[in-house]
Design a protein around this ligand. Structure first.
Ligand code: FES
Length: 547
């Protein structure tokens, strides 16, 4: 037991003395020591209830092992969106994973259960587990319920656009603000948190059927309690994340996320996971592998339904069983139960009928909504989410901005009638720094009703709640002298999601000539952001710290 480094008698009497002061008894020193990483915080509804879940987990674990709860940080993407706080969002993923790694190693924990409920703390928890590679479980905090009149956080962002374009008045906006987010849990659509929770379950590191679950529910509490026995079995058999996650489980996760119309951020986090686990699977290979996967779900942001609707209509277990039985996903991948994905689904009845999930033969969209594009504007790739409602290709003239704020001001102040491609650059992981999400401009476009005429390209990211013709993660980014840095106003660009191209209609010599006069649009960067700028990998490798 690794924990003997702090519990062995008599050598570690001083350590044990300190541990007794925080509740340890004689028996506890001979048990597996399990850290419970809680992302509890009341800065955001996504994590507001996690202390309850960590206490339930503690109760479950202490029947078999000795647990210790520790906290890590969280930020709220919903609150930091549209302001400078968003620069710290992706960075928080790295801080969370690093802090979990730090506490577990310093405390010599034998095992880990991490509980997350927001966009960045979920991948932060998963990356921390993988770097530690000790027996581990991820518990998802669960989804929030929709607000009044089936509203949510994205409704509020989009209502703001309607307010500024005089489609609704102040009283109506206030009403939406007051009634859209009620209770605790992660944003309610197939946005990043719910997408990443499903990724975790498919990877095999969460309990079966725990990813599509309401935050404030008995089932969620039961997950936490039941994780005690599971972590004990993982510890006894030394089953670690690296024994569970492999190329097959990653491919399974990408497939399911694609079918369900998940967030583009999932690809970024999966790239980071691939980097962490040294799995050989590039962005280009993900493109080839995932390009023709159909989208079958009618879930928000581009569909009508919330995750709570999916729960009410039976969840995703039947769908997973169907995918396994049809050999669409690999059922032989190992999971934390010690069983394979297929074995976990043994008792699920096979008839797959769900009004939210269409048949694979009659999908809502024949090809993947998440499109990975390459071209002379993104030589190392970029990621878009194109539902198809807006068409499959977009040809327009560029309108260039060097920050998110400038673009939002333009969208609210101008009527746009011709096909325009808004470029928001110097928002990449180094340029921003921090690779902000552009939910404010995309929501503004929808709010002012200009989404048909406008596409958006950025070296920043998009929120899982964004929809429209949006292309993000452009790599190399502008700060790294990527081609996006040389675009001027009124130049022709085509976003071609049929052939997966992002083409800038300008010759190579002109690009090279302009690069000679490259002017870095330097943004204020301070403290930890400076460090992030210095040590981050580019977005084609997941934008994590370069360890
Ligand atoms: Fe936390 Fe959306 S802001 S899940």
């Amino acid at each position: 037991m690794k924990s003997k480094l702090i519990t062995k008698w008599p050598e570690k009497a001083s350590n044990r003395s300190m541990l007794r002061a925080v509740g340890f008894t004689d028996l506890d020193f001979n048990k597996f020591q399990v850290g419970i990483a809680s992302t509890w915080s009341n800065i955001t509804p996504c994590n507001n209830h996690i202390n309850v879940l960590s206490k339930a987990t503690e109760f479950g674990v202490n029947k078999y092992c000795k647990s210790t709860i520790f906290n890590t940080i969280t930020v709220s993407d919903g609150i930091s969106n549209g302001n400078l706080g968003m620069k710290f969002s992706l960075l928080s993923r790295e801080i969370i994973s690093s802090s979990i790694e730090t506490v577990c190693n310093a405390q010599s924990f034998d095992g880990l259960i991490s509980i997350g409920g927001c966009d960045k703390n979920i991948p932060g928890c998963i990356l921390g587990m993988c770097r530690l590679n000790i027996p581990s479980i991820f518990i998802y905090g669960g989804t929030i319920l929709p607000g009044k009149n089936r509203t949510d956080i994205v409704s509020v962002f989009e209502s703001l656009g309607k307010f500024y374009s005089n489609q609704i008045n102040e009283k109506e906006l206030l009403n939406i603000e007051k009634n859209s987010i009620i209770g605790s849990g992660s944003c309610s659509g197939m946005y990043t948190a719910n997408s990443m929770a499903i990724v975790a379950e498919i990877l095999g590191i969460s309990l079966p059927n725990s990813s599509v679950q309401n935050a404030q529910s008995i089932n969620k509490i039961l997950n936490c309690v039941n994780s005690g026995k599971i972590i004990f079995n993982l510890l006894k058999n030394n089953i670690t994340p690296k024994k569970i996650i492999n190329i097959n489980s990653i491919k399974n996760a990408i497939k399911v996320i694609s079918f369900l119309g998940g967030s583009t951020n999932c690809i970024l986090h999966i790239l980071s996971l691939i980097e962490c686990l040294k799995i050989d699977f590039s962005l280009n290979e993900i493109k080839k592998f995932s390009n023709n996967l159909p989208t079958i779900s009618d879930l928000k942001p581009s569909g009508k339904f919330f995750i709570s609707d999916l729960i009410n209509s039976g969840g995703i277990q039947k769908f997973l069983k169907f995918l396994v039985e049809e050999n669409i996903i690999n059922g032989d991948t190992l999971t934390i139960t010690g069983n394979t994905l297929k074995e976990n689904l043994k008792f699920i009845k096979t008839n797959y009928i769900n009004k939210l999930l269409k048949c694979l033969n009659f999908p809502l969209k024949k090809t993947n909504q998440i499109k990975i594009l390459f071209g002379n504007l993104a030589k190392k790739g970029c990621i878009s989410k194109i539902s198809g409602k807006e068409g499959e290709t977009f040809l327009g003239k560029s309108k260039v901005f060097n920050s998110e704020e400038e673009s939002v001001e333009f969208i609210y102040k101008n009527k746009i009638y011709s096909k325009t491609i808004i470029i928001i650059r110097f928002e990449g992981v180094k340029g921003g720094p921090g690779m902000r999400e552009m939910l404010t401009p995309t929501s503004a476009l929808i709010g002012v009703g200009a989404q048909k005429n406008i596409a958006l390209i950025t070296d920043g990211r998009f929120s899982g709640g964004s929809h429209g013709f949006v292309v993000g993660h452009v790599s190399p980014e502008a700060y790294e002298k990527g081609e996006i840095s040389v675009v001027k106003d009124n130049e022709i660009i085509i976003i071609d999601s049929i052939n997966n191209n992002l083409i800038f209609f300008i010759n190579k010599n002109t690009i090279n000539q302009r690069k000679k006069n490259f002017l870095n649009y330097s943004k204020i960067s301070f403290g930890i952001l400076n460090l992030y700028r210095k040590i981050s990998l580019d977005s084609s490798k997941g934008s994590g710290f370069n360890y």
